[in-house]
Design a protein around this ligand. Structure first.
Ligand code: CA
Length: 619
């Protein structure tokens, strides 16, 4: 290139860059984008992002809103603004002027809103609920137009088990009748926020924008509409949130506010995934650090909740979604991995704003002695109180994967279920366990039960009647198989009939096989019954050690009682002499099986091989 031309070009480039830098001194992002009047905590902290934004001085003149503090951080492209919102403030657009001297260089705003009536008093999920878990990419594709979105890193590939399959919020919304027909009262969706990752973005756990629903699932408005529709039907929506990590393509990863916004190491350092370290009185600091500060996966940078600004960002984000969309619960991912004190602060803040709201933690620990560390009010030696009310019952899930496959022994077969319940002496709130046989990370029930419908029904009967809140994973009513240890893709199948052109529509009776219908009908009878059964919601438990492969337990409350009898023998029916249960049966004269309606007297009862009877007792 000619030398003079090169000089001219450089001059132009410099001028363009100069103009761009002037032009860029404006907020590109202000988060949260809106807030509400009338929270217990009247403050909101705004994250403002824009090139060189910290060289400008923000100012707000809005009645009832004051800018209390401006926080500068290492990165000049960020400002954090503490706003105080008086209960007398009126809804409207709160403008923020960014000034140099007296001259306004740029402006931004947030919307200030009135809270919905009764917002603070909303009821969370509780023992009266039964939760249906859906992976949104894999349930139903109502809108093919959003399957691939221009400018996003991953498109549609339904042939790849780890690809995006096109399911969306509208698809789920259109099948709420189906979910309700099964007797479920609450829906937990795997994360729906933007995951603009180049691969495996379908599962939703690598969030790239905490304030945006992934457009391949729908818009923020669509999510709100989904929650509204559910609420008007009496279905509670549980949002899956992730405080431990974000996606590697999160917008802030190119330009972090502070070096310790995320946990960084000289090179990629995964967590040791040894959750016992956190509660372990003898654990080495280095091990605890690695558990909680190591990354969950290469594509998931670890968020540092010890950074107050980061912690506030996440806490406000969860409140924003609750208030914006009308949620009734949160399932928090990888609960023991982030800073535990930050997590406790989060729960306390939520309970301050929403005293009856519910959070369940994914606490993947299969021993009750270790799991109980994470339940509210447990007298931990180190003084830690998580304040977390609901725990995923992983010890029970672990037992359920084995119990129906084994013969009777000191610690095998149904004795496993008995022993997990026996550990309830540890829990202050045993009714607050969420009970499940599988989720989106585990092998499908039908996989570990070898497709045996009888075992599936026994597991369903147990989950529906044992203390706690039952949770079911979509598709297992169709006996879907899949080995979670081999492939996560394989346990997250498309629901047949959810896609245009599907040959089979399993949302209808006609589209299902006989055994699928048997499972669907059984599940539906069980959970419809449970819906109205206060004794199953709140009742106490009495159980008798398994004998001759028969396990008998009772739920009782006042005069009401339900008796569950399970025969784990593969081929022999068992005639049970009921006098063994005299200490409770003395109060009752007869019973009715809740699925079949069959009447029983209480002298002897024959439990068919590999089956469960659920008998409501009468005087
Ligand atoms: Ca779609």
């Amino acid at each position: 290139m000619h030398k003079r031309k090169l000089t001219e070009l450089l001059l132009i480039v410099t001028m363009v860059m100069f103009c761009a830098s002037l032009k860029a001194q404006k907020p590109e992002r202000i988060e949260p984008p809106s807030w509400w009047i009338g929270f217990q905590e009247p403050k909101v902290q705004l994250l403002v992002y824009g090139k060189g934004i910290s060289t400008l001085k923000p100012s707000i003149t809005y009645p009832g809103v004051s800018l209390e503090r401006v926080i500068l951080v290492e990165n000049p492209n960020y400002l954090f603004l503490d706003l105080s919102i008086s209960p007398e403030a009126k809804p409207g657009k709160v403008e923020i002027a960014f000034k140099k001297g007296t001259k306004t260089i740029s402006k931004g705003s947030i919307d200030l809103k009135e809270r919905e009536k009764g917002s603070a008093q909303r009821e969370g999920f509780n023992q009266s609920d039964a939760i249906y878990l859906i992976m949104p990419d894999r349930f139903a594709n109502a809108i093919t137009g959003n399957d691939a979105v221009a400018g996003m890193r991953e498109g549609l590939n339904r042939q790849d088990p780890y690809g995006r399959h096109g399911g969306d919020l509208e698809g789920i919304r259109q099948h709420l009748d189906y979910v309700q027909s099964l007797g479920f009262t609450s829906i937990w969706l795997n994360p729906v926020l933007e995951n603009d990752q180049p691969e495996s973005s379908y599962h939703g756990y690598a969030i790239t924008d905490f304030y945006q629903v992934d457009p391949r699932f729908g818009s923020n408005e669509d999510y709100k509409k989904f929650v509204d529709d559910c609420r008007s039907r009496g279905i509670k929506v549980i949002m899956d949130m992730v405080f431990n990590h974000c996606g590697s393509m999160h917008w802030w990863m190119n330009d972090l506010p502070e070096k310790d916004w995320i946990n960084v190491f000289p090179e990629y350092t995964p967590s040791n995934y040894r959750l016992s370290t956190v509660a372990d009185p003898y654990a080495a600091k280095a091990d605890i650090e690695l558990t909680t500060r190591g990354w969950f996966a290469t594509a998931m940078p670890d968020l540092n909740l010890q950074n107050e600004l980061m912690k506030n960002y996440m806490i406000q984000n969860s409140i924003w979604w609750i208030e914006y969309s009308g949620l009734q619960g949160i399932r928090m991912d990888t609960y023991p991995y982030p800073d535990k004190h930050g997590m406790a602060d989060w729960i306390l803040r939520l309970k301050k704003e929403y005293p009856d709201f519910s959070v369940v933690g994914e606490t993947w620990i299969t021993q009750a002695s270790k799991l109980v560390y994470w339940q509210k009010d447990f007298p931990n030696k180190d003084g830690y109180n998580s304040h977390l009310e609901y725990l995923m019952d992983f010890p029970m899930a672990d037992a359920l994967t084995r119990a129906f496959n084994e013969g009777e022994g000191w610690d095998t077969g149904l004795q496993r279920l008995y022993d997990v319940l026996a550990d309830d002496h540890l829990y202050r709130y045993p009714l607050n366990m969420v009970v499940f046989a599988e989720n989106h990370d585990m092998g499908r029930m039908a996989h570990f039960y070898g497709g045996d419908l009888r075992k599936m029904k026994m597991a369903a009967a147990f989950v529906a009647t044992v203390r706690g809140i039952p949770q079911w994973y979509y598709g297992s009513e169709l006996l879907m198989e899949g080995d979670g240890a081999k492939s996560h893709g394989a346990i997250r199948q498309d629901f047949p009939g959810g896609w245009p052109g599907d040959q089979i529509n399993a949302f209808t009776k006609e589209g299902r096989t006989d055994s699928q219908n048997e499972m669907v009908n059984y599940l539906s009878a069980l959970f419809q019954y449970r819906k109205a059964s206060k004794v199953l919601h709140e009742g106490n438990t009495l159980h008798f050690v398994p004998l001759n492969e028969v396990y008998v337990y009772f739920r009782y409350l006042g005069d009401e009682a339900v008796m569950v009898m399970m025969n784990n023998n593969d081929s022999h029916d068992r005639m049970v002499d009921m006098s063994r249960f005299e200490e409770i049966l003395k109060n009752y004269g007869s019973g009715t099986e809740v699925v079949t309606g069959q009447k029983y007297n209480l002298d002897t009862i024959t439990v068919p091989a590999k089956s469960a009877l659920i008998i409501e007792l009468h005087k």
